[in-house]
Design a protein around this ligand. Structure first.
Ligand SMILES: [Zn+2]
Length: 261
């Protein structure tokens, strides 16, 4: 399993800049229209490291739902025992499927585990293998929601997911336009990238992050994407205060496996 641990430049910003960002987050959330939804999705979950424990602790403390996208091939019963012990059985966790092995199968272009360079049989088999493994290890705590590695899959995969009875998928905002999902399989996208930002200038990164939050609010749903392996102390501090702001706002936290709830 290879997970990037690079920390975005934003999270090395002076604390004064991050404090300013948090004030701007407060202002944005305070001005949100009634009924705007919010959710959080953490990718690449499986190995129970210190960052993962810290992330779970923060969400538990704020009582907000977290969607944990688990890569099936990386999960073992021993790893699950630890994750489950840390998380407990609270209703706030939505443990769901993040691909099968998180491996790129595209020979060129953007990475994808479920792209157009594989046969439908190969993709169907990997989806089924992944789900069976998570169900075997997690039992009833598994939710039939699918977050594809690198936030993308092809139209064939969308049909396979629908046929297999998944209740929702979650990609990056805008993916639905390029590869729509069939009726009955909602795509509930993330639109705020906390930890894989590429801006080399922290102030620029912060401005772009706030623009994403603003865009999410305008679309009536803010979906935060987390990568805990790429968080440092500043990123954890920001998340903690951001969750406090969300919990104290009029935003409505949702679960992807309970559409319309
Ligand atoms: Zn991933």
């Amino acid at each position: 399993m290879i997970v990037k641990t690079t920390v975005s430049a934003l999270w090395s910003a002076p604390q004064s800049l991050l404090d300013d960002g948090l004030r701007r987050v407060d202002t944005l959330l305070a001005g949100a229209a009634p009924g705007v939804e919010v959710f959080f999705r953490a990718d690449d979950v499986a190995a129970p490291g210190e960052a993962c424990e810290r992330m779970l602790e923060i969400f538990a403390r704020h009582g907000l739902p977290l969607h944990l996208a688990v890569t099936p091939a990386w999960l073992t019963p021993a790893r699950w025992d630890v994750l489950h012990r840390w998380a407990g059985d609270s209703d706030q966790w939505c443990w769901h499927q993040h691909g099968w092995r998180h491996v790129n199968h595209q020979r060129a272009g953007r990475k994808g585990e479920f792209g157009d360079e594989r046969t439908p049989e190969a993709k169907r088999a990997d989806l089924a293998r992944g789900r069976a493994r998570l169900e075997a290890i997690m039992g009833a705590r598994f939710s039939p929601v699918f977050t594809p590695p690198w936030n993308r899959f092809d139209a064939q995969t969308a049909r396979l997911l629908h046929e297999a009875g998944y209740v929702a998928v979650s990609r990056w905002a805008g993916a639905q336009g390029a590869v729509p999902t069939p009726e009955g399989l909602p795509d509930i996208p993330v639109n705020v990238d906390l930890h894989t930002r590429r801006e080399s200038d922290p102030a620029e990164g912060l401005d772009a992050l706030l623009r994403e939050i603003e865009g999410g609010l305008a679309s009536r749903r803010v979906g935060f994407m987390l990568h805990h392996q790429r968080m440092n102390d500043a990123a954890f501090g920001f998340l903690d205060r951001c969750l406090a702001a969300v919990a104290g706002s009029g935003l409505k936290p949702i679960r992807l496996d309970r559409p319309g709830s």
